[in-house]
Design a protein around this ligand. Sequence first.
Ligand code: HEM
Length: 408
Amino acid sequence: MPPADTVAFNPFDPAFRADPYPFYERLRTVEPVHVSPLGFVVLTRYADVARTLRGNEFSRDVEANASANQDPVRQMRRERLRQRREEGTAAKNILGLDPPDHTRLRRLVSLAFTPSAIERLRPRVVAIVDGILDRAADRGSMELVDELAFPVPFQVISELLGMPTEREDEIRGWSQDLTAALEPTADEATMEAADRGGLQMGRYLDEVIAARRSNLGDDLLSQLLLVEDAGDRLSAAELKSFVALLYVAGHETTVNLIGNGVLALLRNPAELVRWCDDPALDATAVDELLRYDGPVQQTVRIPVQPVRYDDVDVAPGSTVMAILGAANHDPAMFEDPGALRLDRPNAGRHLAFAAGIHYCLGASLAKLEATVAITSIIRRFPDVALGGEPHWRDRLTIRGVDRLPLTW
Ligand code: HEM
């Protein structure tokens, strides 16, 4: 039994999955630097999370820098990945790299994702969303996740990359298997499924990349192929793993921003009406939705030198879990954090996209897609309401509903 003044961080508790915020709050109050019985350090204060994401004393390369820990499943997976890397069939993706490799890769792609480059996609995003809503309008109902929240980001990232969209269902399955492995609770079967998903996605990308190489267009994949051809700046394995990440990140997360966002508004009808009536909120309201219930709840960093939080010393190689969702509800940063306030003046300081060098590359794209999707729904169908019980995905790292029936 833990002593009465400590909190067990138990991600298996179903109540935690349904609503993690009260747990975060208790942890932050009682033990803000929590050393879990499983050996990792859990951070819930905004200041600690921000410092960890921004600090040079931390690595994102878990594979290279995390001490061989007690977890045999992860060790096995690491070993398999290492072998595939040695064979040259896999490369770490940008999210698992430290400088200088991280800097080199990020520079190659950042231009395609600047706010102004993304803004040029707006008419296309509007057209995709309008098409979906046109088809559903007379019906008076839709299942938001399958009909809109997933297809919109999927279509947009596919077009941006110049990917065919015919195999949508299979690709969605592989992505879901891959992201399941990000869960701290992933077991061996989940890791096996992720490996299989990764291999199938890899084979598919090989086919698409080979076809594009002989028929370049004006899409992002063609631009990256030109960079790869130009010499030693981007290897073939890096290119493939980067495209896979964009593809997965491009539609496994935004779907949840749209789903969680619409649900938050339906549960806070005064805010929904306010946004519907006030287009001035379009530029910023989605930041408050990201703060309030963001799709990525946590990430990890590995200290590469000794670090200290309060009186807790953390050794190099330890796993530090930065709970983004908890930081975003820290009252030391956000007044009355449990309230959804679309005009919250400092909502933009949320950490839902992390911070520092790995700050989400797709942040502008995700915000554009979610803003267009949500404002189109609430302005076209101002009487939109829940048409049944929402269902939460059984995930912790990536948080979102997988079923959200709407009526109007
Ligand atoms: C609401 C939607 C999204 C959320 C909440 C989100 C969240 C995040 C977070 C928290 C990170 C940093 C993780 C860490 O530091 O450990 C990240 C990184 C990243 N995201 Fe997103 N993301 C979203 C959408 C997207 C989209 C649409 C794309 C691409 C089209 C994308 C591409 C990336 C990439 C490439 C990285 C790695 C950046 C780097 O390592 O430098 N994300 N994202």
